[in-house]
Design a protein around this ligand. Structure first.
Ligand code: UDP
Length: 242
């Protein structure tokens, strides 16, 4: 049974860029943007501190973009990081409209647009009940925003990393092609690191394991799932110790 009080005091939410556009789409669309903002709003209303790492895949992913346009991978990755800033600013506006104090902190310095990422300052914002949106990933090429989510969860000392996806959690096969695919309720970091199951980049899982940050993989497209998880319902797939 869910608790009436939130189970977590501070959470890190990782949303992919594709959470902000229709399936297979490009850019930012009002309906998915507002839906994501509503889901975050519900969690903030519970008094839970929330930091959000946004991806940029709705604009571009470095690896594909580099190949398609014959652009140096590091350059394409920086472009990907800038794409996350677009998403972060759109999400900030959507949360502002819901009355939430929100700060965007970027790992690449863009002072005219948002704050730089400063760990202690981010924690202070969280303590004051502000939503902190973390843009530009880690600021380094050759990794993804999943790695950023793991690193920030560790350094901001969040109780959990909530990884939003398009499906209900981690399965033993692709649920989109195999209707009999089995959804795991709980798996270990090692199941992912050993390559048996795919959740996030292995480097991201490694950081979570080292710093004892559990992960819940859940469906962002099912309304109210995020709030229910924060209240302690066993939805999605929990990734933790063996
Ligand atoms: N990226 C990067 N370093 C980071 C985070 C992101 O180079 O720390 C680049 C990388 O090219 C990546 C793109 O930004 O493909 C968009 O991020 P990601 O693929 O993680 O977005 P998502 O799939 O979550 O929307």
């Amino acid at each position: 049974m869910p608790d009436s009080q939130p189970r977590y005091r501070r959470v890190l939410l990782k949303i992919s860029g594709e959470g902000l556009c229709p399936p297979g789409g490009f850019g930012i669309h009002p309906e998915p943007l507002n839906r994501v903002a509503n889901e975050i709003h519900e969690v903030v209303e519970l008094g839970v501190q929330i930091a959000v790492v946004v991806g940029g895949g709705n604009f571009l992913r470095g690896a594909n973009f580099s190949q398609d346009l014959d652009i140096e991978i590091a350059t394409a990755d920086y472009m990907g990081m800038l794409a996350t800033v677009l998403n972060a600013l759109a999400l900030q506006e959507a949360l502002d409209r819901r009355g939430h104090a929100t700060r965007v902190q970027s790992a690449l310095s863009i002072q005219r647009v948002c704050e730089p990422f400063i760990r202690r300052r981010a924690i202070r914002h969280l303590e004051k009940g502000r939503v902190v949106i973390l843009a530009a990933g880690t600021g380094n090429p050759h990794v993804t925003t999943d790695s950023c989510a793991a690193l920030r969860a560790a350094e901001l000392k969040t109780d959990i990393l909530l990884k939003a996806t398009k499906v209900d959690g981690v399965y033993d096969d692709d649920p989109k092609t195999n209707p009999n695919a089995h959804l795991y309720e709980r798996i270990s970091y090692n199941d992912v690191i050993d390559g048996r199951l795919k959740v996030m980049d292995v480097s991201a899982i490694d950081v979570c394991q080292q710093h004892h940050v559990p992960i819940i993989v859940f469906n962002l497209f099912k309304p109210d799932t995020l709030r229910r998880i924060v209240l302690g319902e066993a939805l999605g797939t929990f990734v933790g110790e063996d």
